[in-house]
Design a protein around this ligand. Structure first.
Ligand code: PA5
Length: 421
């Protein structure tokens, strides 16, 4: 087994036709001379991150791990990455140890009040994460949960609240300096959706007892492989496929398909990454996700037979940690004995091949990214793979990958309406 990812595409695409455009996009990233170039810190971050801060994070995580709950408050890029990694690498069913829960990513009073009930008699810490330090959803949840923390712990609450924000600016930074919270930094040159490999994602991930050293190792190998100016670079190839699908094949929707529920939040992170980075100037693929085989029994029909505006990117994990063997039973009431002694994961792989063939035959092109294992190393590398592809792909579309003017408009309207409430 190698540590390399593999990428294959169902169509006969001549990658060299897009070579010039893709290399130019990669040059923008490496030479920092494209749109939004002051937000390219994520490119080298896995190599050059602040070691002093990293050890502070590790030390504090040891304390947090001994408690019962960590509440991570944040929205968008400030929570999706850590949730994606934790869900991908931790067991499906809760075992002992710290429970990591998320808040500040919605405005549901029902959710927040249930969360308050859940934590109030438990031993808990809060990690509030906001680069700007003033995002509405995050600020509202923090105001409420900070109160719960202070009521329970009194002065000790100061040591229970950990702030991840800008190094110098913002309301949260000003307040935490005043109060004396432990603070980690969102680097100035890294935007929210590209920040999972900074303190934003790494601190909650550490608290979940996932080896962040190994995640960074995977990301570093990604940095070496996916910055190569070559058509063997599969991150660049994926960006080319997406552009070819959008511009030439007139596909409008890309489905990220996984056959493991553990990847459902990685899909959410991926959707945010690509949608917020590319959806500008009337351009960009609409990004969706599906978990197979579950969704084959719902909108699988639409993908197969409906409007031909979609293509699929399948993440296939080659080796999973756990498996189960189909039992042989004497009465064979369900007529499944022909599968007896076969592994369920192998049967799932047959489903991947069967679905892929059906969809390709039905004019739904499919890309497959094969990942050797679902572990810290491969997740780190996969995150880097998608970040790099996303930036290349956005530059190939001639949009700024690192701003989000549409989201800013929603925020402006929201504040105006709230003032009138
Ligand atoms: O990718 C982005 O920049 C956004 O999704 C932000 O992460 C999100 O809006 C939260 O912003 P902040 O971290 O400033 O609270």
């Amino acid at each position: 087994m190698t540590n390399n990812f593999e990428l294959d595409f169902s169509e006969d695409l001549c990658f060299c036709n897009y070579e010039k455009e893709a290399f130019k996009a990669l040059d923008f990233i490496l030479n920092k001379n494209g749109l939004g170039s002051k937000f390219l810190g994520w490119v080298t971050h896995p190599e050059v991150y602040d070691r002093e801060e990293y050890s502070r994070m590790k030390k504090l995580s040891e304390k947090v791990k001994k408690s019962e709950v960590l509440v991570v408050i944040g929205v968008g890029g400030s929570f999706l990455g850590s949730k994606a990694v934790i869900k991908a690498l931790k067991p499906y069913f809760k075992q002992d140890g710290l429970d990591i829960v998320f808040a500040g990513n919605n405005l549901s009073g029902d959710y927040l009040s249930e969360l308050v009930e859940y934590i109030k008699d438990k031993d808990f810490f809060i990690n509030v994460i906001s680069k700007s330090g003033s995002t509405f959803e995050t600020a509202v949840a923090f105001r409420v949960l900070k109160g719960v923390c202070e009521e329970k712990y009194g002065k000790e609450a100061t040591n229970r609240i950990i702030v991840t924000t800008d190094a110098e600016r913002g309301l949260l930074k000003e307040f935490s300096d005043r109060v004396g919270y432990e603070t980690f930094c969102v680097p100035d040159d890294i935007g929210g959706r590209f920040s999972v490999l900074t303190a934003v994602g790494l601190f909650p991930i550490m608290c979940a007892e996932i080896d962040t050293d190994v995640i960074l190792l995977g990301a570093n190998d990604g940095l070496e492989e996916y910055t190569k100016k070559s058509l063997d670079n599969i991150s660049l190839k994926y960006a080319i496929i997406r552009n070819a699908m959008f511009k030439d094949k007139k596909k409008e929707i890309e489905y990220l398909v996984a056959h493991e529920f553990k990847l459902a939040y990685l899909q959410e992170w991926w959707k945010q990454l690509f949608a917020e980075s590319e959806g500008k100037k009337g351009k960009g693929l609409y990004v969706e996700s599906a978990i197979f085989t579950r969704d084959l029994h719902s909108f699988g029909q639409m993908i197969q037979d409906g409007n031909k505006i979609t293509f699929e990117t399948i993440i296939e994990v080659e080796n999973l940690k756990n498996d189960i063997i189909i039992p042989l039973i004497e009465e064979d009431f369900d007529k499944l004995n022909y599968l007896a002694k076969k592994s369920l994961n192998d049967i799932n792989k047959v489903a991947v091949t069967a679905t892929r063939k059906a969809h390709t035959d039905g004019d739904v092109p499919t890309v497959r990214i094969k990942v050797p294992k679902l572990d810290a190393y491969n997740i780190g590398k996969l995150i880097y793979f998608f970040e790099m592809s996303c930036a290349i792909s956005a530059y190939m579309l001639d949009v700024n990958p690192f701003d989000q003017p549409g989201v800013d408009n929603y925020k402006k309207n929201m504040y105006q309406l709230l003032e009138k409430m």
